[in-house]
Design a protein around this ligand. Structure first.
Ligand SMILES: Cc1cc2nc3c(=O)[nH]c(=O)nc-3n(C[C@H](O)[C@H](O)[C@H](O)COP(=O)(O)O)c2cc1C
Length: 158
């Protein structure tokens, strides 16, 4: 089973989160590709059981580069249904729109018919970092990756 951790990042903060999430996915036994959004072809999305996307928070939303990938994914509308989705973001500060950014990505996944996972503890919608991830956020990213991978294994029991 395969997971994609895709990200957009100008100054490296979201990329660090992507690496930590991928570490968690791998720990839980899934194959994982970590890719900058510029290296993701829309058709690549078809190859993965789980798709986790992260973007910096830009004006309370995902960056245009990530939105473009999601808009282009309409080409495969219906074909991503039943896959597992997750999202994460790095923002500039508390109340900066992190959650609206994550929800924006998750909304697209829901419209694709994908399965998303909430969290009863911290980061209900998905991991958030203020600027660069500190040790606590990095740990939360690793755990998020593990949880998504565990769910993926349950759903796609082979
Ligand atoms: C165009 C632009 C818009 C931004 N808008 C917001 C915002 O609305 N809220 C916020 O908290 N931070 C905002 N930021 C700060 C970034 O989200 C933050 O620096 C983030 O850590 C950058 O991630 P990166 O290192 O992965 O590029 C903005 C930064 C840029 C460049």
């Amino acid at each position: 089973m395969k997971a994609l951790v895709g990200y957009y990042s100008r100054s490296g903060n979201t990329e660090k989160m992507a690496q930590a999430i991928a570490e968690g996915v791998k720990k839980a036994g899934l194959t994982v590709d970590v890719k900058n959004v510029k290296d993701i072809k829309t058709e690549d999305l078809l190859d993965y059981h789980a798709i986790i996307l992260g973007s910096p928070t830009y004006y309370g939303q995902m960056a245009a580069e990530m939105k473009t990938l999601l808009d282009e994914s309409v080409k495969y509308h219906g074909k991503l249904s039943g896959k597992i989705g997750g999202a994460f973001t790095s923002c500039g500060g508390i109340g900066g729109g992190a959650e609206t950014t994550i929800i924006g990505i998750l909304q697209a996944f829901l419209i694709h018919g994908m399965i998303i996972l909430g969290e009863s503890g911290a980061y209900h919608y998905g991991p958030v970092s203020i600027e660069s991830p500190d040790a606590d956020v990095t740990e939360s990213c690793i755990k998020y990756g593990q949880k998504i991978a565990t769910l993926t294994k349950k759903v796609f029991r082979e």
